[in-house]
Every structure is written in structure tokens, then in C-alpha cells.
Design a protein around this ligand. Sequence first.
Ligand code: SF4
Ligand code: SF4
Length: 58
Amino acid sequence: MAYKIDPNKCIGCHTCMGACPAMAISIAPDGKCVIDPNKCMSCGTCAAVCPVGAIAHE
Ligand code: SF4
Ligand code: SF4
């Protein structure tokens, strides 16, 4: 299962995007980040760098 970003917690800092080795994270129209579950390899790096704990394993 992929990791997922909680849009209610995400502050749109985009730190996770630069940290993802699979380039699975992109910016949504609202400025927050979203993870493509088809690209995510569940490494957990994004969850480790997110300053507000918005990313969790589904
Ligand atoms: S868990 Fe790893 S591969 Fe998946 S979105 Fe986060 S950093 Fe990218
Ligand atoms: S690091 Fe966290 S707060 Fe920043 S864009 Fe990613 S999910 Fe949102």
C-alpha cells in the first residue's frame, strides 16, 4: 500500500516532493501535495520529512 497525504493537515510546503526518490509526489490545484499511489514505493521518506505529520501509510 502507498503512503497518503492528509489534505487537512498538509500546509503545502512541498518538502516531501523534493525528498521522494520515486518522484511520486506532485502539487494539486489547491497547492497541497498529492502522492501517486501507482508510483509510490512505500519507502517512508516523505513521512519522515513532513514538518506537520500529514503523511501516513494507508
Ligand atoms: S513513501 Fe517514498 S516513494 Fe512513496 S511518496 Fe513517500 S517518499 Fe515517495
Ligand atoms: S511535507 Fe507535509 S506539509 Fe509539506 S507539502 Fe508535503 S505533506 Fe504537505
